[in-house]
Design a protein around this ligand. Sequence first.
Ligand SMILES: NC(=O)c1ccc[n+]([C@@H]2O[C@H](COP(=O)([O-])OP(=O)(O)OC[C@H]3O[C@@H](n4cnc5c(N)ncnc54)[C@H](O)[C@@H]3O)[C@@H](O)[C@H]2O)c1
Length: 351
Amino acid sequence: MKLLVTGTAGFIGFHLVKSLVNSGHEIIGMDSINDYYDVDLKFGRLQETGIESDEIEYNKLIVSNKFPNYRFIKLDLEDHDNINSLFESENFDVVCHLAAQAGVRYSITNPHSYIQSNIVGFLNILEGCRYNDIKHLIYASSSSVYGLNKKMPFSTQDNVDHPVSLYAASKKSNELMAHTYSHLYGIPTTGLRFFTVYGPWGRPDMAYFKFTKAIIEDKPIDVYNYGNMERDFTYVDDVVDGIMKIVDSEPPEGNNEWSCDGPNPSSSKAPYRIYNIGNNSPVNLLKFIEILESKLDKRANKIYLPMQLGDLKTTYADVEDLIRDFGYKPTTSLEQGIGEFVAWYQRVYNV
Ligand SMILES: NC(=O)c1ccc[n+]([C@@H]2O[C@H](COP(=O)([O-])OP(=O)(O)OC[C@H]3O[C@@H](n4cnc5c(N)ncnc54)[C@H](O)[C@@H]3O)[C@@H](O)[C@H]2O)c1
């Protein structure tokens, strides 16, 4: 198959490419390489996949010098004309859309970038799929859509109409937009709600990365809600394994049993599905810090602070649907995963 993967200078997209290049598929990666966080980390990821920074030019396809079945193009999702041309000239079978303005806290101060990348950008991807006979659109949603929900674990069968950040609202909007295109044009779409993905080459704006850096540098760490939080930390290889299983499966079909009387939000008469992709095992933030301290062999200096705007207190994924439909099974314990992250951090930053 020929795949377009967006967000391949980003954390999850990079790991997905590393897995896809060994699967025999032909892949084009796309990313604007924006400066939301350290651009050198993005260039480092690109280099790992054989894309040299000095060759990168806007809207120019580059062949990887490591994997002949991988090419990369620097492009903005908002650039409708060039996205269109890319879809028209490359005839993709499957699109994995991971590029987005990520981060809950940044959406409080920079709301416009979420509308540009996540709403306008998502529309451009949908339009590309609409006119170019795409067989399956797989796209990133987020656990943040669960917003004010309290029922645990979070299930895709639950209503998610009460987001608490614009980031979450943009991801919920993506699910609604995908449903519309699935219904109107028969495009099979699968939305994946990721739960706190972590691992080597991770994101510097996320707590596990910030904590590691601060502890190593003898700086204090900010512990929100006085540590009274739980996260369903999911190791990036487990997430990629789940995405790979979906890429290699048949795309969704319309669900004939779906009814508008008490409708199941995770499926539809249209070829539309939503899944959680988490670890199904939430861990308290203070326990998480303990594990990190033991891997770094150093104590953290914790500053206890109140809850931040837009944050959820707990995330906990019900992944039964993903197990049933794709045999998904996360296998990495937090101890193992944090160990891998710390080893990577120490190697790359030479500390
Ligand atoms: N990492 C997590 O824990 C997590 C949790 C829930 C959802 N997600 C979602 O998963 C996806 C991947 O996340 P990630 O952690 O790899 O994030 P990331 O920020 O590392 O990667 C996203 C990439 O998208 C690119 N991008 C952003 N706006 C763009 C635009 N307008 N045009 C082109 N490229 C653009 C960025 O340059 C970046 O490299 C995102 O959609 C994110 O919202 C991630």
